[in-house]
Design a protein around this ligand. Structure first.
Ligand code: FPP
Ligand code: MG
Length: 302
């Protein structure tokens, strides 16, 4: 399986991230009209940094299956990152995790007030679909775009991320079965990673079999990613994470680490990412960057 060396990977990641950020900025509303406070809060939330992992996965998957419409994929990538950002803004609200810092900055509701935090999240979610629909309108094959939209909306909603968050909120402070823990992780974190890979493939015209493979890869990456998140909440540093550690314990959250211990958690991250790489290896197409990215997620520090 092709891999990039560290140096080359870092360089490419930097360029890809910069490209995504430029695109995001250009898509966000900029007018100085009466509702400009919400525009500012949207921009603050989206441009606060972040790994841009979801749009990155979407583009890699798109290119893997031969997609070449830059504007279309760019708009869908921006939409994906807006959905992710809205979920973080709402997750940080006092009614949910009540967190004051994210990505090294004060959270949106701390800066703009709780009312604007709620509205900026709502606005980002809606604007995400406005943006994806703009992309769909430019696609040469509208049925591929329709499939991508169906994936994006389904994986974000009650059968996806929102559903996972509901169970997470409801079971906070309560003992969790293995099944419940996996359900929460698969939906609240896995669903958007699955959607990114699947929608990229769908937009490029991949067939349903290949889209299902991308879903399985996303599911494994999602589990590995969320368990790594739990580990970092215990072992990470505030400087690297951009937020205080120990948030799960503060919120009485049962996590993979608190249920199974840190060693088993590390083992699980390794196993899930090996499984993701195996699925990736079964495809007839290959991307050295994507292979390396998945490998790197296991040891991420932020
Ligand atoms: C951090 O992503 C986010 C997660 C690990 C997912 C957690 C899931 C939620 C917060 C769901 C919330 C849902 C609702 C409906 C409120 P990341 O490390 O990629 O963050 P980054 O973009 O800052 O790098
Ligand atoms: Mg949370």
């Amino acid at each position: 399986m092709k891999q990039l060396d560290q140096e080359e990977f870092r360089q490419q990641m930097k360029e890809k991230t910069a490209c995504i950020e430029e695109r995001l900025k250009s898509v966000l509303p900029q007018e100085q009209s009466l509702q400009r406070t919400v525009f500012r809060a949207m921009e603050y939330s989206v441009m606060a940094g972040g790994k841009r992992l979801r749009p990155m996965l979407m583009r890699e998957s798109y290119e893997l299956f031969g997609g070449g419409e830059e504007e279309v994929i760019g708009l869908f990538m921006a939409a994906m990152e807006m959905i992710h950002t809205y979920s973080l803004v709402h997750d940080d609200l006092p009614a949910m995790d009540n967190d004051d810092y994210r990505r090294g900055k004060e959270t949106t509701h701390k800066v703009f007030g709780e009312d604007m935090g709620i509205l900026a999240g709502d606005a980002l979610l809606n604007y995400a679909y406005e943006t994806a629909l703009r992309g769909a309108g430019k696609a040469a094959e509208p049925q591929n775009a329709l499939k991508a939209l169906r994936i994006l909306s389904g994986k974000s909603g009650v059968y996806g991320m929102v559903g996972g968050q509901v169970v997470d909120v409801e079971l906070t402070g309560k003992p969790l079965s293995e099944e419940q823990l996996e359900f929460i992780y698969r939906l609240k974190t896995g669903a958007l990673l699955e959607a990114s890979l699947m929608a990229g493939a769908a937009l490029a015209g991949a067939d349903d079999g290949n889209i299902a493979c991308m879903e399985e890869i996303g599911r494994n990456i999602g589990m590995a990613f969320q368990i790594r998140d739990d580990i970092l909440d215990v072992e990470g540093t505030r400087e690297e994470l951009g937020k205080p550690i120990g948030s799960d314990a503060k919120n009485e959250k049962r996590t993979y680490v608190s249920v199974y211990g840190i060693e088993k958690a590390k083992q699980a991250v390794e196993e899930y990412s090996v499984r993701a790489l195996e699925c990736l290896g079964n495809l007839s197409v290959e991307s050295a960057y994507l292979n390396t990215l998945i490998k790197e997620l296991v040891s991420r520090k932020k």
